[in-house]
Ligand binder design. Structure first.
Ligand SMILES: [Zn+2]
Length: 249
């Protein structure tokens, strides 16, 4: 059983300025702030993080106009010491989910092999389309060489009560998560649903590599839970408002 906390480590003014449609072919949500998140899963015996958010030294000049609160300081508010974190699941390697790897010197990162292959492949000579910085690519290889990055193959129960599900969609190797909580199975869609609106209307996000997979991912999430309020979208402002740390389940 895990308790799930969301920790906001940064925020951009709105989706429109970030150049992303949160809902496919729509302007729904375009004026909502975009927050950058690390999820903390506190289990009986383990502490596991999901995502690392970003290190602006790796991602510069992105994100423009974003407020940043500091990874170490933000996690400390949730009772987490970044130097003691040992396991971090990365749903996908977009810069706001992965490039904060620099902040966790003792952690091992879990990424789908398909995602890894995509990020290190030749498509990333188009940084404005796929956006994986050269330094992140170099550091990813160094992490692998030091046995600190595990390539996960498909669906997998990585830890007791915590399963990853290979979905693709938003990115080629995006993995979603099913997490056992005392309220039942919670499901984390990551960026296959940015907002609750994606779930409610069965509309994929407006940023995707494979639209069919992105649409199917929403159905997978719904089939995995006993009620839809157990699904946690990746970036909905409603989860936080102005708070920085929230307990979700
Ligand atoms: Zn993303």
């Amino acid at each position: 059983m895990y308790s799930i906390y969301g920790v906001k480590v940064g925020q951009s003014p709105n989706w429109f300025q970030s150049g992303i449609q949160p809902v496919y072919r729509s302007d729904v949500g375009r004026d909502q702030p975009v927050h950058y998140t690390i999820w903390v899963l506190k289990g009986d015996k383990r502490l596991i993080l999901v995502e690392t958010a970003f290190d602006t030294e790796v991602t510069s000049p992105w994100p423009r106009n974003a407020a940043t609160y500091g990874t170490e300081q933000s996690l400390a508010e949730a009772g987490v010491d970044t130097s003691k974190v040992t396991d971090v699941i990365i749903t996908h390697m977009h810069v706001d989910h992965f490039t904060g790897y620099t902040k966790f010197p003792n952690a091992k990162f879990y990424v789908q092999r398909k995602e890894l292959d995509h990020c290190l492949s030749s498509v990333n000579v188009f940084p404005k389309v796929f956006g994986f910085p050269l330094r992140a690519a170099q550091d990813t290889i160094a992490l692998m060489r030091h046995w600190r990055l595990e390539a996960v193959e498909g669906d997998n129960e990585l830890f007791p009560g915590l399963k990853v599900i290979l979905a693709g969609g938003h990115t080629p190797g995006l993995q979603m998560l099913a997490v056992e909580t005392n309220k039942g199975t919670a499901f984390m869609t990551s960026d296959n649903a940015y907002l609750y609106h994606n779930l409610k209307e069965n509309l994929p996000v407006g940023y995707y590599c494979n639209l069919v997979e992105a649409a199917k991912a929403i159905q997978t999430a719904k089939k995995s839970v006993s009620s839809e309020d157990m699904i946690i979208p990746g970036h909905d402002y409603a989860l936080w408002g102005e708070k920085k740390v929230v307990q979700i389940f």
